[in-house]
Design a protein around this ligand. Structure first.
Ligand code: PLP
Length: 424
């Protein structure tokens, strides 16, 4: 299997090379040349994530240097559950926050790290540079902790991340966290400058791990495969999903899983006040906009980068999919309501999906629907606790982070300083 650029101006690559590239040289994103056609029976009676992952991802790794390592990678990465919790008849929650940083990004970040670590050695150094404004860097840092050969360097703006976020960026053994004297744009500028320096790029094997990387998207299909198979085996029906949507990575993974033949029906993309997909479905044209700050801030994306992939696969992807936008007051009201009426605490992102579920037609609600819960509410407790009126307990993984020591290095916002750190 090869992967093409959405812009069609770069060579097609096997999956490992596409992962190391990140974005394609022509500025496009990598998409599979074709989707394998699975039937539910092809998964036998496997119901654990590693086995389902291995079956689902094998065609995408066919002919790749990592083909023989895929089974090991899947066992290493999918070592925490993605439980499907029944809320009421035909209303389920898919909890994607049982990983080490308590958000769904753990799945993609850990898969990419496990793959990249196997691609690096003394002759092929690999250093992942990440600029973060808070959340993503934590999942990536954690994913590379304990890597054998690949290294990761995280840059974040001094004084502009929350204390808990800072802990989550700086607590991973072997991960270098740099506190940059500047803002997030300075961090991004530094990373770009390092990539643009051919000597630095080659010597350290600089690579990125941002959310458009194909190595993050493919493994996200796995929990859609597992949950839809579980529902199909039990009821003979397709599973329908409501997905909190920002950059459209998680939504894209669901549509790709459906394109691979998994028993998935309708997909509702639930957005906050950033409504690029809603506008696309309403007006039939894509019009990116500046991002708007909301209480579901991991979804504050005005120009979802994965739209490029959605657009490239329109015929297969763009059916039985719609979008809905939810404002901050409504998100807050939904969190309060579900805590009171259903004794269920959502994070603000998951609450966007819970609200979108409530808006479905009564006849639609006779079918099985899955609300995708993307983060543990403790991560956003400053927002959630006042709305629900009680303390939120951390997940075990989040509780463990609180006792880990911080390791951080301060640097000025200039390339020489970054190059100096890389040299040590
Ligand atoms: C990143 C993130 C989202 C948005 O996911 P996309 O793949 O960008 O659409 C939703 N919820 C949480 C908690 C996130 O961290």
């Amino acid at each position: 299997m090869k992967f093409n650029s959405t812009k069609g101006q770069s060579p097609s690559l096997p999956v490992s090379e596409a992962m190391l590239m990140g974005a394609a040289p022509d500025g496009g994103l990598y998409i599979p040349q074709k989707f394998p056609a699975f039937r539910p029976d092809d998964f036998g009676d496997a119901n654990d994530l590693p086995a389902i992952a291995n079956t689902l991802l094998t065609p995408f790794f066919k002919g790749d240097v990592l083909a023989d390592a895929l089974e090991d990678i899947c066992a290493q990465v999918f070592d925490f559950p993605a439980p499907l919790v029944a809320l009421s008849k035909n209303k389920l929650a898919l909890e994607l926050f049982h990983g080490p940083t308590a958000a769904f990004k753990d799945f993609g970040a850990r898969f990419l790290a496990a793959a990249m670590d196997r691609l690096a050695d003394d002759d092929h150094p690999l250093t992942v540079l990440v600029a973060t404004s808070g959340d993503t860097g934590g999942a990536v840092g954690c994913a590379f902790a304990g890597a054998r050969a690949a290294k990761v360097v995280i840059l974040y703006p001094k004084g502009r991340v929350s204390p808990f976020q800072e802990l989550q960026l700086t607590c991973w053994p072997g991960v270098r966290a740099l506190r940059v004297d500047g803002d997030f744009d300075d961090c991004q500028r530094l990373v770009k400058a390092a990539f643009a320096d051919p000597a630095l790029k080659k010597h350290y094997g600089l690579s990125s791990a941002n959310s458009i990387n194909i190595g993050r998207l493919l493994p996200q299909m796995v929990y859609y495969a597992a949950s839809s198979l579980a529902i199909y085996r039990q009821s003979g029906q397709k599973a329908n999903y409501v997905i909190p949507t920002g950059n459209l990575g998680n939504g894209m993974a669901c549509l790709w899983a459906r394109a691979c033949g998994l028993p998935i029906g309708k997909v509702v993309l639930a957005q906050n006040a950033n409504r690029a997909m809603v506008r696309f479905f309403d007006e039939g044209r894509y019009a990116p906009a500046p991002s708007i700050a909301t209480i579901a801030n991991a979804m504050d994306v005005g120009n979802p980068s994965n739209f490029e992939r959605f657009d490239a696969g329109l015929a297969v992807l763009n059916h039985e999919v719609r979008a809905l936008s939810v404002d901050d007051d409504t998100i807050g009201a939904q969190i309060a309501k579900d805590a009171k009426e259903n004794n269920h605490d959502w994070c603000p992102h998951s609450a966007v999906a819970a609200y979108a579920y409530d808006q479905l037609g009564e006849d639609e609600k006779d079918d099985p629907w899955v609300i995708v819960a993307t983060a543990h509410p403790y991560k956003f407790r400053e927002i959630v606790e006042p709305l629900v009126g009680h303390d939120i307990a951390p997940s075990p993984a989040l509780a463990a982070i609180k006792d880990m020591p911080m390791q951080v290095q301060d640097i000025p916002a200039d390339l020489d300083a970054l190059a100096g750190v890389l040299a040590r």
